[in-house]
Design a protein around this ligand. Structure first.
Ligand SMILES: [Zn+2]
Ligand SMILES: [Zn+2]
Length: 179
């Protein structure tokens, strides 16, 4: 991995521990940045769509700079080790699907698996494809409203109406017709 050692340390510091899952996201993030010819996003110039909520997502946040807080990380609950990164400026996007079971590891040792994922040639276990991406709208600032039940302030975009009252999602009781 050589010169990526510092980046790996940053990812581990953010995630809290080193693990094979983090290594998967790390390799995907590096591959995506390299294919797009870009570096970590300062603002919202890059967008990431992650198809898993596993450890690897943390590496995407650190290495690609796509985070929940900036609104340029989108989570799709597909349960796949797949990560798409798109560049708003060029419209290019690349999807990386990672399958570490393709790597032959002799031992069941987690550390050995992690090292293997960090060091194996990407063509051995990653499927890398340029894809069409309809970029999500950039993060907007919404008006805020007060929930008439709990009194807490929330973004207007997430408010619900029930019997003419403005409610937050926690206080809203959806109406069921029983089917
Ligand atoms: Zn982990
Ligand atoms: Zn409420």
């Amino acid at each position: 991995m050589g010169y990526h050692q510092d980046l790996w340390r940053e990812a581990v510091a953010f995630h809290g521990h080193e693990c094979p899952g983090l290594a998967i996201g790390f390799r995907a993030a590096l591959a995506a940045l390299e294919k797009l010819g870009v570096s970590r996003a300062k603002d919202e110039e890059l967008v990431a769509i992650v198809e898993t909520d596993a450890c690897g997502v943390d590496a995407i946040q650190v290495i690609a700079g796509c985070t929940i807080g900036k609104g340029n990380l989108i989570y799709k609950n597909h349960g796949k080790q797949a990560f798409t990164v798109g560049n708003r400026k060029t419209g290019k996007a690349v999807r990386i699907y990672v399958d570490p079971s393709k790597l032959k590891v002799d031992s069941e040792d987690r550390k050995a698996r992690m090292e293997m994922i960090l060091n194996a040639p990407e063509e051995d276990f990653c499927k890398i494809q340029f894809v069409e991406l309809s970029f999500p709208e950039e993060a907007r600032i919404f008006q805020s409203v007060i929930c008439e039940s709990c009194g807490e302030r929330l973004s207007e975009a997430r408010a619900k109406l029930e019997g003419g009252k403005t409610l937050c999602r926690a206080c809203y009781k959806p109406y069921h017709r029983g089917w």
